[in-house]
Design a protein around this ligand. Structure first.
Ligand SMILES: CC(C)=CCC/C(C)=C/CC/C(C)=C/COP(=O)(O)OP(=O)(O)O
Ligand SMILES: [Zn+2]
Length: 446
């Protein structure tokens, strides 16, 4: 009898995931239009119920996240903001009061009241307060103390430690610099030697690892790239190999994996897609050629255009010449009028398959009852809900030259009813809240 080839544990896991994913895609493809509409819809009401319940009350199973409470606030509040919603006054006040109790008297935020200040929870608290917006939330951050906390976390080799005597890695560098940038407390002392440290974490594969010598990983690649852009040293990285590495992390499932030969996971829809779009926009603004392509900008015309519909989802190669002017959204029944003249020449060819990514998030990560998950066999959680929605927003806006250019209906899998707020790619807060914070902390420093 012929011997069956044996497969490794990793191959078996990959096979099972592909089976789940392609099972869902086949089911979708064979469904009638009403079922398809349901399957691709975000189900905003269910998402809001899931998120609001989490903000009000968490069960005992969340005890293990006791040192991550500002993260839970950020994951939920940011998800709500992405959906274009906000919380009522009572919840807002409770969240600000709670985060205030996490703020240490010497600066920074801990994982809960009385806990040691930590860069990751400081980043989460700052982003949560920026997302809430308004003077009360924004003024609750003690910028002077935060500035001295960041200085205490700075190491003489250029990097940052996560907390007093804690580990040094690219996450710590990113969270410190993201906070310093948004609060307008950046200076030479914080950036000294930092570019050298991040550079030492770019690996032979092209991606960035957590610390020198570690394997390239999507989470750290996002952190490292965003840090280098924020400190104006991005051109020191090998951007061609970084780009090459990150685009190849999108697999046949259409979602991204975090590192070579690992499984697809919905959260990398943000960690890997954001670098793709950041690099795409960097190459565009610096007029650089990549892999033989001379231009990534759409050369649209201002003529009357034909309507695009749901079928465009599979039409990735379609010319940009016929971008719709009056896109009607067949799935939702809503009509959204785009004014083509406002974004002539403002569309780009995304480096990754942005519609395929949205397809993975909506058909494989979304839970119809609310929440998002890593992959079909996993349960939902707030972390994956935040980063699947963030990734969905990034993918929806991937064809836009900048955050202010609205996507066309054909750029949004499921149509405009699924449209999410655009995020600032370097901080992952929604653009309106980012703009408000930048103005507020500009005035505060004056
Ligand atoms: C702003 C901030 C704090 C960013 C954090 C970035 C981030 C997500 C880092 C990932 C950390 C890591 C090594 C995960 C691997 O987990 P795994 O081995 O379970 O997953 P994998 O198989 O997908 O690699
Ligand atoms: Zn994940």
């Amino acid at each position: 009898m012929e011997e069956l080839p044996s497969i490794t544990v990793s191959q078996r896991e990959q096979f099972l995931v592909e089976n789940d994913v392609f099972g869902l895609y086949s089911y979708f493809d064979a469904s009638d239009i009403a079922t398809k509409e349901f399957l691709v819809g975000i189900q905003r009401d269910n998402q809001m119920d899931y998120l609001m319940n989490g903000l009000r009350q968490l069960g005992p199973s969340f005890a293990s996240l006791d040192a991550n409470r500002p993260w839970i606030c950020y994951w939920i509040l940011h998800s709500i903001a992405l959906l274009g919603e906000s919380v009522d006054n009572d919840l807002e006040k409770n969240a600000i009061d709670f985060l205030g109790r996490c703020q240490g008297s010497d600066g920074g935020f801990g994982g809960g009241p009385g806990q040691l200040p930590h860069l990751a929870t400081s980043y989460a608290a700052v982003n949560a307060l920026v997302t809430l917006g308004g003077d009360r939330a924004l003024s609750s951050i003690n910028r002077v103390n935060m500035s001295s906390f960041l200085r205490r976390m700075k190491d003489s080799n250029g990097g940052f430690r996560m907390h007093d005597m804690g580990e040094m890695d690219v996450r710590a560098c990113y969270t410190a610099i993201s906070i310093a940038s948004i609060l307008n407390i950046m200076d030479d002392e914080l950036t000294r030697g930092l570019g050298d440290y991040i550079l030492s974490c770019q690996t032979y594969e092209g991606g960035i690892g957590g610390e020198p010598g570690s394997e390239a990983h999507g989470g750290y690649t996002y952190c490292g790239l965003a840090t280098m852009i924020l400190i104006n040293e991005v051109d020191r990285l090998n951007l061609d190999s970084l780009m090459n590495w990150v685009v190849h992390r999108q697999g046949i499932e259409m979602g991204f994996q975090g590192r070579t030969n690992k499984l697809v996971d919905g959260c990398y829809s943000f960690w890997q897609a954001a670098p793709c779009v950041l690099l795409q926009r960097y190459f565009l603004t610096h007029d650089l050629e990549l892999h033989g392509s001379s231009s990534h900008v759409s050369q649209g015309t201002d003529e009357a255009h034909t309507e695009h519909d749901h079928d465009d989802e599979d039409d990735h190669e379609e010319s940009d010449e016929d971008d719709s002017d009056d896109d009607s959204d067949e799935v939702s029944g809503n009509v959204h009028v785009h004014h083509t003249s406002t974004y002539i020449n403002r569309r780009v060819q995304p480096f990754s398959d942005s519609l395929g990514l949205q397809r993975y998030v909506l058909l494989c990560s979304k839970i119809h009852e609310g929440g998002f998950r890593d992959k079909p066999s996993k349960p939902r959680d707030f972390y994956h809900t935040c980063y699947c929605l963030s990734g969905l927003s990034v993918a929806q806006h991937a064809c836009s030259k900048d955050e202010d250019t609205p996507p066309l209906t054909r750029d949004i899998f499921g149509g405009y009813a699924n449209h999410l707020e655009p995020v600032h790619l370097l901080h992952n807060v929604v653009m309106d809240q980012y703009n408000e914070a930048i103005e507020f902390y500009h005035r505060a420093a004056a």
